[in-house]
Design a protein around this ligand. Sequence first.
Ligand code: GDP
Ligand code: IMO
Ligand code: MG
Length: 410
Amino acid sequence: MANVAVIGAQWGDEGKGKVVDLFSRDADIVVRFQGGNNAGHTLVVDGEKTVLHLIPSGALHPNKLCIIGNGVVVDPQVLLEEIRGLKERGYLKDDSLLKISEQAHLIMPYHKSVDQARERLRGKGKIGTTGRGIGPTYEDKVARVGIRFVDLLDEKTFKEKLKHNIEEKNIYLKAILKEKTLDFRSIYETYCRYRDTLEGYVADTALLLHREIKAGKKVLFGGAQGTLLDVDHGTYPFVTSSNAVIGGVCTRAGIGPRSIQEIIGISKAYTTRVGSGPFPTELTGAEGEKLKYDGDEFGATTGRPRRCGWFDAVGARYAVRINGMTGIALTKLDVLTGFKTIKILEQAEPAWEELEGWDTQISGAKELSDLPASAQRYVRRLEEILETELVLVSIGPSRDQTIMLRNPFR
Ligand code: GDP
Ligand code: IMO
Ligand code: MG
């Protein structure tokens, strides 16, 4: 029985949402295991676009159990809005099909203030965070002062922890960051209201997963961000604050490594990055603009334009190694249409390999053989460089704009 993990092989926004939605058809349970609402996953189903930030990208299929794991940092306001939005559109009908780990940490207003104030103070040297309080929330988790759902559920614990944290954060905000301080009472009351609405979803999700896996249920783990944004293995310090790589699935969902059989790396047929940090294949001229507009490369969370460049085979091969990928899902091949030549970065000392481009539209292709010969050569060359089987080629944002070469659940 295969359980499958979907991992970003670049700097995020590889199209994980589309692929997780597609693979969800064959799964019983879909798990988000790290990150928070810094993520934005776009799903296009029957022409309708949905952007998910916290709820697993299996939520648009009926009868899938969706789990937000212990490693996710949750802004309850964003989660509530997402639940409300999905319900209004007829999804998430059955409340028992969404579970949030009692160990998941809460993003608090001071985390957002600290994140944004630090970025302002860093000026030109900023990381370019999403400003959603992700880093400071993970900091508190590691410092053992974070507030988890299980703490929120216990009124006395919550009050004590919040009081202590606000006292400390206010000193830091005022003296070091020169920011406005925060009021205990209003935060306390707001979070108590969140608790009343979210309480019913809170569960011991690691135990639940253990039981379901034992019973033979098929689980899909859908990551946020990507390998090069991983705090241990990414382009530090221009990274996020969690483990987006495969190891993150175990610690941040509470399962053993032997429960994962397939590790599918998601990669665009080119490269993008939002925020600061190194980007060896970045294209700053007309070719970069073409990728940005043809690929609609604007962040699903912050709306920021994404930096665009050629396929970085050095980075992607690294991602294959760090994660032990068993397959690659290649997305946005259609966006390369119209380039006379396409480049692949082969070595860190830029060594470009140049391939022939194509100019016919490819989004209607059903089989790899429907693609122009030069597009087929491009994807096969990427497969060769990565020494990893291509399992999927995505040629448009919709479910049916996909050439599935091997279904990892079968
Ligand atoms: P994620 O964060 O990895 O889930 O990716 P995002 O949703 O942030 O960004 C991927 C974008 O590409 C979204 O707008 C998707 O709808 C879109 N997309 C996914 N696959 C394809 C594809 O094969 N072709 C095109 N043109 N767009 C795609
Ligand atoms: P998905 O899941 C792309 C980037 C930010 C910034 C850095 C740190 O949609 O692929 P953070 O707010 O996490 O402290 O920001 O990480 N970043 C992402 N870039 N896709 C994402 O998520 C990202 N989540 C964070 O732009 O450079
Ligand atoms: Mg995204």
